[in-house]
Design a protein around this ligand. Structure first.
Ligand SMILES: [Zn+2]
Length: 219
């Protein structure tokens, strides 16, 4: 069974992936982790990817897809996190799976209003002195702007600023909107409201998974 989890930055995709992997025994394939593992092991694909990373370029869709496909063993349960990231990767994955008589069984998309995504993405703060990480929504420092640990100044990184968040979101949307169309046509696409607590989102995902368990079926 192959499940794809899609979600904008701030949607809690990483958290939900880990929870689902633990609960249902999925092998959790996150492309970032895969890259690091293959590069560290110096596999042929890892070396190929390393060449692009060293040159400051994006690893091409073909290499990413090969890397993921090499891990997909028939009969096992996989949760794909961060892949496919665009329509070319989705088509390439579809072709590779079709060659072994399989297909993506379920695509769950964690959706969040833009304003809420930005609010979550911009909630991170770090101590400029010791690097302690805070979150103004879930874990604020006891005194505003002051580090609990060292008394240093707690600041927002440029990476977490609103303009950066809005830009990252719009890149994500441009890349993934065609994925929704593609997987809807395949009859495997489900939207999950992610503007709720992690427990509620997990329950909604579990409901979709349970209804689809046993494999691919038309919606
Ligand atoms: Zn500190």
């Amino acid at each position: 069974m192959i499940v794809v989890l899609l979600g904008a930055p701030g949607s809690g995709k990483g958290t939900q992936s880990k929870r689902l992997a633990g609960k249902y025994g999925f092998q959790h394939l996150a492309t970032g982790d895969l890259f690091r593992a293959e590069m560290a092991e110096g596999t042929p694909l890892g070396l190929k990817a390393q060449g692009y990373v060293n040159a400051g370029r994006l690893v091409p869709d073909g290499v990413v897809t090969e890397m993921v496909a090499a891990r997909l063993k028939p009969g096992a349960r996989f949760l794909l996190d961060g892949f496919p990231r665009n329509i070319d990767q989705a088509r390439a994955l579809g072709r590779l799976l079709a060659a072994s008589g399989s297909a993506v069984d379920l695509v769950c998309s964690l959706v969040l209003p833009k304003a809420e995504a930005v609010r979550r993405m911009t909630s991170r703060r770090v101590c400029a002195s010791c690097g302690e990480v805070y979150n103004v929504l879930s874990r604020p420092p006891k005194a505003e702007g002051v580090c609990d640990r060292c008394g240093g100044k707690v600041v927002q990184r440029a990476d977490d600023a609103e303009a950066t968040a809005v830009k990252r979101l719009s890149v994500f949307e441009d890349l993934t909107a065609p994925l929704a169309v593609y997987y809807k046509a395949e009859g495997v696409f489900h939207e999950i409201d992610a503007a709720r607590s992690p427990d509620e989102v997990e329950a909604a995902l579990s409901a979709v998974l349970s209804s689809a368990r046993g494999g691919r079926r038309p919606c």
